[in-house]
Write a protein that binds this ligand. Structure first.
Ligand code: ATP
Ligand code: MN
Ligand code: MN
Length: 301
Protein backbone atom coordinates (compact mmCIF):
# COMPACT_ATOMS: atom_id res chain seq x y z
CA UNK A 1 0.00 0.00 0.00
CA UNK A 2 1.35 3.41 -0.99
CA UNK A 3 0.66 6.18 1.46
CA UNK A 4 0.62 9.67 -0.06
CA UNK A 5 3.57 11.78 1.09
CA UNK A 6 1.94 14.79 2.67
CA UNK A 7 4.48 17.55 3.21
CA UNK A 8 5.04 18.47 6.82
CA UNK A 9 5.48 22.16 7.63
CA UNK A 10 9.14 23.17 7.73
CA UNK A 11 10.24 24.62 11.06
CA UNK A 12 10.86 28.35 11.34
CA UNK A 13 14.52 29.25 10.67
CA UNK A 14 16.46 30.11 13.81
CA UNK A 15 17.88 33.55 14.55
CA UNK A 16 20.85 34.27 16.77
CA UNK A 17 22.38 37.46 18.08
CA UNK A 18 25.67 35.73 18.95
CA UNK A 19 28.63 37.06 16.99
CA UNK A 20 30.99 34.37 15.76
CA UNK A 21 34.62 35.52 15.73
CA UNK A 22 37.39 34.05 13.54
CA UNK A 23 34.87 32.73 11.00
CA UNK A 24 37.71 32.03 8.56
CA UNK A 25 39.66 29.80 10.96
CA UNK A 26 39.96 26.33 9.43
CA UNK A 27 38.83 23.91 12.15
CA UNK A 28 38.48 20.82 9.95
CA UNK A 29 41.83 20.76 8.19
CA UNK A 30 41.82 18.45 5.21
CA UNK A 31 38.13 19.18 4.73
CA UNK A 32 38.67 22.91 4.31
CA UNK A 33 35.84 23.72 6.70
CA UNK A 34 35.94 26.75 8.95
CA UNK A 35 34.48 27.88 12.24
CA UNK A 36 32.09 29.97 10.13
CA UNK A 37 30.98 26.88 8.21
CA UNK A 38 30.32 25.07 11.51
CA UNK A 39 28.39 28.06 12.88
CA UNK A 40 26.29 28.24 9.69
CA UNK A 41 25.57 24.52 9.97
CA UNK A 42 24.43 24.79 13.59
CA UNK A 43 22.27 27.86 13.00
CA UNK A 44 20.63 26.14 10.01
CA UNK A 45 19.83 22.92 11.90
CA UNK A 46 19.01 24.63 15.22
CA UNK A 47 15.22 24.24 14.68
CA UNK A 48 15.54 20.46 14.31
CA UNK A 49 18.41 20.02 16.78
CA UNK A 50 16.93 22.02 19.67
CA UNK A 51 14.24 19.47 20.53
CA UNK A 52 17.17 17.20 21.45
CA UNK A 53 19.80 19.65 22.68
CA UNK A 54 17.64 21.92 24.79
CA UNK A 55 16.97 21.62 28.50
CA UNK A 56 19.19 18.67 29.37
CA UNK A 57 22.64 18.77 31.00
CA UNK A 58 25.26 18.80 28.26
CA UNK A 59 28.97 18.21 27.96
CA UNK A 60 30.90 19.89 25.19
CA UNK A 61 33.82 18.79 23.06
CA UNK A 62 35.71 22.03 22.56
CA UNK A 63 38.51 22.36 20.05
CA UNK A 64 39.40 26.05 20.06
CA UNK A 65 42.24 25.55 17.58
CA UNK A 66 40.36 23.07 15.43
CA UNK A 67 39.82 19.32 15.52
CA UNK A 68 43.43 18.45 14.76
CA UNK A 69 44.71 20.31 17.82
CA UNK A 70 43.91 19.86 21.50
CA UNK A 71 40.24 19.16 22.20
CA UNK A 72 38.73 18.79 25.65
CA UNK A 73 35.53 17.41 27.12
CA UNK A 74 33.87 20.05 29.28
CA UNK A 75 31.18 19.12 31.80
CA UNK A 76 31.05 22.11 34.07
CA UNK A 77 30.87 25.80 33.55
CA UNK A 78 34.04 27.80 33.85
CA UNK A 79 31.98 30.98 33.87
CA UNK A 80 32.98 32.05 30.39
CA UNK A 81 30.06 31.15 28.16
CA UNK A 82 27.82 34.16 28.77
CA UNK A 83 24.19 34.34 29.75
CA UNK A 84 22.88 32.25 26.83
CA UNK A 85 24.37 29.13 28.42
CA UNK A 86 22.56 28.21 31.63
CA UNK A 87 23.51 26.26 34.75
CA UNK A 88 21.82 23.54 36.69
CA UNK A 89 23.27 22.41 39.99
CA UNK A 90 23.69 18.66 40.05
CA UNK A 91 24.52 16.65 43.17
CA UNK A 92 27.71 14.64 42.63
CA UNK A 93 28.50 11.28 44.25
CA UNK A 94 30.67 13.01 46.87
CA UNK A 95 27.73 15.18 47.87
CA UNK A 96 28.97 18.39 46.31
CA UNK A 97 26.85 20.44 43.92
CA UNK A 98 28.38 21.06 40.51
CA UNK A 99 27.07 23.51 37.93
CA UNK A 100 26.30 21.59 34.74
CA UNK A 101 25.58 23.36 31.50
CA UNK A 102 22.36 23.49 29.55
CA UNK A 103 20.96 25.57 26.74
CA UNK A 104 17.43 26.29 25.62
CA UNK A 105 17.66 28.16 22.35
CA UNK A 106 19.72 28.85 19.23
CA UNK A 107 21.71 31.53 21.05
CA UNK A 108 22.81 28.85 23.49
CA UNK A 109 24.07 26.63 20.69
CA UNK A 110 25.84 29.53 19.02
CA UNK A 111 27.43 30.76 22.25
CA UNK A 112 28.99 27.31 22.63
CA UNK A 113 30.15 27.29 19.00
CA UNK A 114 31.68 30.72 19.50
CA UNK A 115 33.67 29.18 22.39
CA UNK A 116 35.12 26.50 20.12
CA UNK A 117 32.55 23.76 20.67
CA UNK A 118 32.22 21.17 17.94
CA UNK A 119 30.29 18.39 19.73
CA UNK A 120 27.32 18.49 22.12
CA UNK A 121 26.71 15.43 24.32
CA UNK A 122 23.64 15.13 26.49
CA UNK A 123 22.44 13.41 29.60
CA UNK A 124 19.52 11.05 29.10
CA UNK A 125 17.37 13.21 31.34
CA UNK A 126 15.97 16.71 31.34
CA UNK A 127 16.94 19.53 33.69
CA UNK A 128 13.34 19.58 34.93
CA UNK A 129 13.52 15.96 36.12
CA UNK A 130 17.16 15.08 36.29
CA UNK A 131 16.82 11.78 38.19
CA UNK A 132 14.41 10.23 35.64
CA UNK A 133 15.74 9.39 32.18
CA UNK A 134 13.63 10.37 29.18
CA UNK A 135 15.83 8.45 26.74
CA UNK A 136 18.03 5.39 26.78
CA UNK A 137 20.86 4.85 24.32
CA UNK A 138 22.40 1.53 23.36
CA UNK A 139 25.71 2.61 21.87
CA UNK A 140 26.94 -0.10 19.50
CA UNK A 141 30.74 -0.04 19.33
CA UNK A 142 32.22 -2.46 16.78
CA UNK A 143 35.66 -3.92 17.25
CA UNK A 144 38.18 -2.73 14.67
CA UNK A 145 37.84 -4.75 11.50
CA UNK A 146 34.09 -5.29 11.77
CA UNK A 147 32.28 -3.69 8.88
CA UNK A 148 29.24 -1.44 9.03
CA UNK A 149 27.00 -4.25 7.79
CA UNK A 150 27.61 -6.07 11.07
CA UNK A 151 26.72 -2.94 13.03
CA UNK A 152 23.52 -2.44 11.05
CA UNK A 153 22.50 -6.05 11.62
CA UNK A 154 23.21 -5.68 15.32
CA UNK A 155 21.15 -2.49 15.54
CA UNK A 156 18.21 -4.12 13.74
CA UNK A 157 18.41 -7.12 16.08
CA UNK A 158 18.39 -4.84 19.10
CA UNK A 159 15.32 -3.10 17.69
CA UNK A 160 13.54 -6.46 17.37
CA UNK A 161 14.47 -7.57 20.87
CA UNK A 162 13.34 -4.23 22.29
CA UNK A 163 10.07 -4.50 20.37
CA UNK A 164 9.55 -7.96 21.87
CA UNK A 165 9.47 -6.36 25.31
CA UNK A 166 7.27 -3.49 24.20
CA UNK A 167 9.84 -0.78 23.49
CA UNK A 168 9.99 1.18 20.24
CA UNK A 169 13.45 2.40 19.23
CA UNK A 170 15.10 4.47 16.52
CA UNK A 171 18.58 4.42 14.96
CA UNK A 172 21.00 7.34 15.11
CA UNK A 173 24.11 7.28 12.92
CA UNK A 174 26.81 8.27 15.39
CA UNK A 175 28.92 10.18 12.90
CA UNK A 176 31.74 7.93 14.10
CA UNK A 177 32.02 4.17 13.88
CA UNK A 178 28.69 2.96 15.13
CA UNK A 179 24.98 3.34 15.55
CA UNK A 180 23.10 4.40 18.66
CA UNK A 181 19.76 2.67 19.25
CA UNK A 182 17.64 5.31 20.97
CA UNK A 183 14.73 4.41 23.23
CA UNK A 184 12.58 7.34 24.37
CA UNK A 185 10.91 7.01 27.76
CA UNK A 186 8.30 8.82 29.72
CA UNK A 187 10.39 10.01 32.71
CA UNK A 188 9.02 7.69 35.42
CA UNK A 189 11.79 5.30 36.50
CA UNK A 190 14.95 6.66 38.09
CA UNK A 191 18.52 6.10 36.93
CA UNK A 192 19.39 2.98 38.95
CA UNK A 193 16.37 1.13 37.55
CA UNK A 194 17.11 2.28 34.00
CA UNK A 195 20.74 1.28 34.21
CA UNK A 196 19.86 -2.10 35.68
CA UNK A 197 17.37 -2.74 32.88
CA UNK A 198 19.93 -1.78 30.21
CA UNK A 199 22.65 -3.90 31.72
CA UNK A 200 20.39 -6.96 31.95
CA UNK A 201 19.21 -6.41 28.38
CA UNK A 202 22.77 -6.10 27.03
CA UNK A 203 23.98 -9.12 29.03
CA UNK A 204 21.09 -11.27 27.83
CA UNK A 205 21.98 -10.50 24.20
CA UNK A 206 25.68 -11.15 24.70
CA UNK A 207 24.97 -14.42 26.50
CA UNK A 208 22.59 -15.54 23.74
CA UNK A 209 25.10 -14.69 20.98
CA UNK A 210 28.57 -14.50 22.53
CA UNK A 211 30.28 -14.65 19.10
CA UNK A 212 28.58 -11.41 18.01
CA UNK A 213 28.07 -9.35 21.14
CA UNK A 214 29.82 -8.42 24.34
CA UNK A 215 28.53 -6.35 27.21
CA UNK A 216 32.01 -6.24 28.73
CA UNK A 217 33.74 -2.88 28.83
CA UNK A 218 37.20 -4.44 28.60
CA UNK A 219 38.74 -3.96 25.16
CA UNK A 220 40.27 -7.45 25.26
CA UNK A 221 36.83 -9.10 25.35
CA UNK A 222 35.69 -7.29 22.21
CA UNK A 223 37.73 -9.21 19.62
CA UNK A 224 35.64 -9.42 16.47
CA UNK A 225 32.50 -8.42 18.39
CA UNK A 226 30.19 -5.53 18.92
CA UNK A 227 30.27 -3.99 22.36
CA UNK A 228 26.77 -3.09 23.51
CA UNK A 229 27.66 -0.03 25.57
CA UNK A 230 24.78 0.09 28.04
CA UNK A 231 26.81 2.37 30.33
CA UNK A 232 25.51 5.43 28.50
CA UNK A 233 22.44 4.79 30.66
CA UNK A 234 23.70 5.66 34.07
CA UNK A 235 23.35 8.91 35.92
CA UNK A 236 25.92 11.40 34.67
CA UNK A 237 26.75 9.58 31.41
CA UNK A 238 26.26 11.30 28.12
CA UNK A 239 25.69 10.38 24.50
CA UNK A 240 26.08 12.45 21.37
CA UNK A 241 22.82 14.19 20.46
CA UNK A 242 21.01 14.22 17.10
CA UNK A 243 22.38 16.66 14.49
CA UNK A 244 25.60 17.21 16.43
CA UNK A 245 28.78 17.63 14.38
CA UNK A 246 31.68 15.34 15.21
CA UNK A 247 35.28 16.50 15.62
CA UNK A 248 36.39 13.84 13.14
CA UNK A 249 37.68 13.67 9.61
CA UNK A 250 35.04 14.68 7.08
CA UNK A 251 33.02 16.73 9.61
CA UNK A 252 30.34 14.03 9.95
CA UNK A 253 27.18 14.57 12.01
CA UNK A 254 25.09 12.33 14.23
CA UNK A 255 21.99 11.81 12.13
CA UNK A 256 18.54 10.31 12.80
CA UNK A 257 17.52 7.78 10.18
CA UNK A 258 14.65 5.31 9.85
CA UNK A 259 15.09 1.58 10.21
CA UNK A 260 14.24 1.18 6.53
CA UNK A 261 16.82 3.75 5.44
CA UNK A 262 19.49 2.23 7.63
CA UNK A 263 19.47 -0.91 5.47
CA UNK A 264 20.81 1.07 2.50
CA UNK A 265 23.18 3.45 4.29
CA UNK A 266 26.82 2.53 3.87
CA UNK A 267 28.48 4.55 6.62
CA UNK A 268 27.77 5.99 10.06
CA UNK A 269 29.42 9.15 8.69
CA UNK A 270 26.97 9.42 5.80
CA UNK A 271 25.85 12.98 6.67
CA UNK A 272 28.24 15.88 7.23
CA UNK A 273 28.01 19.55 8.13
CA UNK A 274 27.75 20.24 4.39
CA UNK A 275 24.31 18.59 4.44
CA UNK A 276 22.32 21.11 6.51
CA UNK A 277 19.76 21.67 3.74
CA UNK A 278 19.27 17.97 3.13
CA UNK A 279 18.93 17.28 6.86
CA UNK A 280 16.30 20.01 7.21
CA UNK A 281 14.36 18.67 4.27
CA UNK A 282 14.58 15.11 5.59
CA UNK A 283 13.33 16.22 8.98
CA UNK A 284 10.05 17.34 7.42
CA UNK A 285 9.58 14.08 5.54
CA UNK A 286 6.79 11.78 6.58
CA UNK A 287 9.24 8.97 7.29
CA UNK A 288 11.13 10.90 9.97
CA UNK A 289 8.05 12.30 11.69
CA UNK A 290 7.96 11.11 15.24
CA UNK A 291 11.56 9.92 15.16
CA UNK A 292 12.67 9.26 18.73
CA UNK A 293 9.30 10.08 20.26
CA UNK A 294 7.21 7.50 22.14
CA UNK A 295 5.27 7.51 25.37
CA UNK A 296 6.57 4.29 26.89
CA UNK A 297 8.02 3.03 30.16
CA UNK A 298 10.47 0.34 31.22
CA UNK A 299 8.97 -3.12 31.04
CA UNK A 300 8.99 -5.46 34.04
CA UNK A 301 11.76 -7.84 33.02
P1 ATP B 1 31.38 5.94 17.76
O1 ATP B 1 30.25 5.56 16.88
O2 ATP B 1 32.62 6.22 16.99
O3 ATP B 1 31.57 4.98 18.88
P2 ATP B 1 30.34 7.57 19.85
O4 ATP B 1 29.81 8.94 19.96
O5 ATP B 1 29.39 6.48 20.17
O6 ATP B 1 30.93 7.37 18.39
P3 ATP B 1 31.98 6.49 21.99
O7 ATP B 1 33.45 6.52 22.15
O8 ATP B 1 31.34 5.16 21.84
O9 ATP B 1 31.64 7.47 20.76
O10 ATP B 1 31.39 7.23 23.23
C1 ATP B 1 30.04 7.14 23.58
C2 ATP B 1 29.68 8.39 24.34
O11 ATP B 1 30.49 8.50 25.53
C3 ATP B 1 29.98 9.67 23.58
O12 ATP B 1 28.94 10.00 22.66
C4 ATP B 1 30.12 10.67 24.70
O13 ATP B 1 28.89 11.26 25.06
C5 ATP B 1 30.71 9.86 25.82
N1 ATP B 1 32.13 10.16 25.90
C6 ATP B 1 33.04 10.00 24.94
N2 ATP B 1 34.26 10.46 25.35
C7 ATP B 1 34.10 10.93 26.58
C8 ATP B 1 34.97 11.54 27.53
N3 ATP B 1 36.25 11.79 27.28
N4 ATP B 1 34.45 11.88 28.72
C9 ATP B 1 33.17 11.64 29.00
N5 ATP B 1 32.28 11.07 28.13
C10 ATP B 1 32.74 10.72 26.94
MN1 MN C 1 29.92 4.47 20.25
MN1 MN D 1 30.88 3.66 23.58
Amino acid sequence: EVVAEKPVAAPEPAQSAIRISSRERVIFPGDDLTKGDLADYYLAVAPIALPWLANRPISLVRCPQGRARACFFQKHDAGSFGEQVHHVDVREKDGSLEPYLYIDDADGIMACVQMGTIEFHGWGSLVADIEKPDRLVFDLDPDEGLDFEAVKKAAADLKDHLADIGLTSWPLLSGGKGVHVVVPLAPRAEWPEARSFCERFARALSEAEPERFTANLKKASRKGKIFIDYLRNQRGSTAVLPYVARAREGAPVAAPVTWTELRDIDSPRHFTIRDAAALLERATSRALQGWGVADQTLPDV
